[in-house]
Design a protein. Structure first.
Length: 216
């Protein structure tokens, strides 16, 4: 590669953005966030699966900005709640719910439940402005605690107990979490195929060109 390719991480979640940037910091790409481009239309996450939402966010962002975009959709699936909150994880307690409110609602719904099995799932989509995309997914098994433990991470991390490390995600340092988490595993798949991804970018996406508004 003669020049770095610009890749925008299509998320407004600061915790998720920091986690992805940390995991991709050694990659030969020029990483940007949505805030680097000023206000752009928000992508409505109305898909029925993580795959639907990740692709929609990545593809629409790539088309709007004219450069490749990476987006992920992830969430917590609780066995006793038939897979809820699932794709509604970020808005479990309402459209503008905080992490604390979502955790509080989950704990209330789990009161008296002995089956605490849960899993985080993540789907990453890397899309080109033309619509073509690559997909990576991963899963992490754990248990829902009976109260929040730890203040690290974001989302449901303080409620997600990971048995192999005997800690919640809220107790793990970023590097520890990234080595075992659903998103960390999915990003490792991206890293393992990064040479192929670079070739794919180079063959299909403009490199280091000024973004121009063009009618479709």
């Amino acid at each position: 590669m003669k020049k770095n390719i610009t890749l925008v991480i299509a998320t407004g979640n600061k915790g998720k953005l920091a986690e992805i940037k940390q995991l991709l910091k050694d990659f030969p790409v020029n990483l940007k966030s949505l805030t680097d481009f000023g206000p752009i239309p928000e992508v409505k996450e109305d898909g029925t699966t993580f795959d639907d939402n990740a692709y929609k966010k990545a593809s629409q962002t790539a088309r709007m900005l004219g450069i490749p975009a990476l987006a992920d959709d992830s969430g917590l699936l609780v066995e006793a709640l038939d897979g809820a909150p699932g794709v509604f994880s970020a808005r479990f307690a309402g459209e503008d719910a905080t992490d604390a409110q979502n955790c509080e609602k989950l704990l209330k719904q789990m009161e008296g439940t002995t089956n605490r099995k849960a899993a985080f799932e993540c789907v990453i989509s890397i899309a080109l402005p033309g619509g073509a995309a690559l997909t990576y997914e991963a899963r992490c098994e754990g248990l829902v605690t009976e109260n929040t433990i730890g203040s690290n991470g974001f989302g449901y991390d303080p409620l997600f107990y990971y048995p192999p490390l005997k800690k919640t995600f809220g107790q793990l340092l970023q590097d520890e979490k990234s080595s075992v988490s659903h998103r960390g595993k999915a990003l490792k798949e991206v890293k393992n195929e990064f040479t192929k991804i670079l070739i794919w970018f180079e063959q299909n996406a403009p490199v280091d060109e000024k973004i121009q508004c063009k009618g479709e």
